[in-house]
Design a protein around this ligand. Structure first.
Ligand SMILES: [Zn+2]
Length: 57
C-alpha cells in the first residue's frame, strides 16, 4: 500500500507522462480509500486546466 506522500508524487507525475500500469492501479486503489488524496488529485486537475489556458509555457 502506498503512502499519501507517494500517491501525491505519482498524481503529479501522471499529469506529465503515462505511469506504468502497476503505479496507476496503486494510485486508483489508494484514491478509492483516501478522501484526502482524492481532493489532492481534484485540485491538481483544476490547476492543470487553469495552466493550460496560458499558451507558451
Ligand atoms: Zn492518501
Amino acid at each position: 500500500m502506498k503512502t499519501c506522500k507517494e500517491v501525491h508524487r505519482l498524481v503529479i507525475e501522471g499529469q506529465d507522462r503515462t505511469l506504468p500500469l502497476s503505479h496507476r492501479i496503486a494510485v486508483r486503489l489508494h484514491l478509492m480509500m483516501c478522501s484526502a488524496c482524492r481532493r489532492f488529485e481534484a485540485q491538481m486537475n483544476l490547476l492543470r486546466q487553469a495552466l493550460r489556458r496560458f499558451p507558451g509555457d
